[in-house]
Design a protein around this ligand. Structure first.
Ligand SMILES: Cc1cc2nc3c(=O)[nH]c(=O)nc-3n(C[C@H](O)[C@H](O)[C@H](O)COP(=O)(O)OP(=O)(O)OC[C@H]3O[C@@H](n4cnc5c(N)ncnc54)[C@H](O)[C@@H]3O)c2cc1C
Length: 301
């Protein structure tokens, strides 16, 4: 079946875009690896208008239900290639191809890798990129968090309430996290902050057993059961390389109407070159991209 609009990504940007296009009676397909995106990693959301406090999974469900209510279709797939044929688009998943008159790219960002020995080997076996998702597995255990921004401090604070001991390892002396968060973490008796240190290796057998960090040219091995890597997020540019224009951070360059360098292709959310990355901003950009895609299709008729 050929769709009017294919939205790639089931986070706040993609879901909002789908709400807008399907509500305009456009045949819309959302293709996503999973529903909710980064939102499902957030237990408490306090800054999405209309809700004093809502959990990420609950908000993601509301987005999905609303898109379905207006008739959007869903496919669970990972998109691996994009191409254009006679002014229309072919979107290739792992096992299937999908076609549409217009595309909305909303596939967000992925956690930045540390790129050290043992990281890949122990991914899911003690190495985690989501404290909110995995912290409960480390009750009374020893863990390390790597990073110096809000995500790392959020993770350290959460883990300090669950694990026996938390090391916060950061490569610089100063932190990027908000002061209020830093103070909260510093007050926790079971958190040890190690600055000016980089993780050199993660070791184990079936699961993580220790890590080695390097500080002042000296290597120290500490016993840990888990390593939480919280060093930011990046846009995985593979599928959009040579398809739409990106900036030096691999973010998609968009115009005010969220069109991209390629006619008929729009982009919204964390993967664009907008300055701030938040749920409400992604949703807002999704709305603009949805309306712009609808206008594009109308004008093509
Ligand atoms: C721990 C944490 C806490 C946060 N807390 C808050 C908060 O309290 N308030 C707030 O406003 N913001 C918060 N944020 C930021 C917010 O979650 C993001 O800005 C927002 O989710 C971005 O939405 P998005 O739709 O652009 O992308 P994402 O949420 O990243 O969604 C991208 C979607 O695309 C899918 N996808 C990716 N690649 C492919 C592919 N190749 N093929 C198919 N599908 C693909 C993914 O499966 C996912 O469903 C938090 C983020 C994190 C990580």
């Amino acid at each position: 079946m050929k769709y009017d609009v294919i939205v790639i990504g089931g986070g706040p940007a993609g879901m909002t875009a789908a709400i807008y296009t399907s509500r305009r009676m456009l045949k819309t397909l959302v293709i996503t690896k999973e529903i909710g995106g980064q939102v499902v990693k957030t237990p408490d959301i306090e800054n999405y208008p209309g809700f004093d406090l809502i959990s990420g999974p609950d908000l993601a469900k509301k987005f999905t239900d609303q898109a379905k209510k207006f008739g959007a279709d869903f496919a669970f797939d990972e998109i691996v290639h994009l191409s254009e044929k006679n002014g229309e688009f072919v979107v290739s998943g792992h096992s299937k191809e999908y076609e549409a008159k217009s595309l909305i790219l909303a596939f967000g960002k992925v956690p930045r890798k540390l790129k050290v020995k043992g990281e890949e080997e122990f991914k899911g076996k003690g190495v985690s990129y989501c404290a909110t998702c995995d912290a409960p597995f480390f009750k009374n255990k020893i863990v390390a968090v790597n990073g110096g921004g809000n995500s790392a401090f959020d993770a350290a604070l959460l883990l300090s309430k669950i694990a026996r001991k938390v090391y916060l390892i950061h490569r610089r002396e100063e932190f990027r996290a908000e002061d209020v968060l830093i103070e909260k973490v510093k007050k926790m008796d079971n958190v040890e902050i190690v600055t000016g240190a980089t993780i050199a290796e993660i070791k184990g057998d079936q699961i993580v057993k220790s890590l080695v960090y390097r500080k002042d040219s000296k290597e120290t091995e500490i016993e840990v059961d888990g390593v939480f890597i919280e060093i930011g997020y990046i846009v995985e540019g593979g599928i959009i390389k040579d398809f739409v224009e990106m900036d030096e951070k691999n973010q998609i360059k968009t115009h005010k109407d969220h069109s991209t360098s390629r006619e008929g292709v729009f982009a919204a959310g964390d993967l664009t070159n907008s300055y701030y990355k938040q749920i409400v901003i992604s949703a807002g950009e999704g709305a603009i991209a949805g309306l712009s895609a609808a206008k594009y299709i109308d004008e093509k008729k």
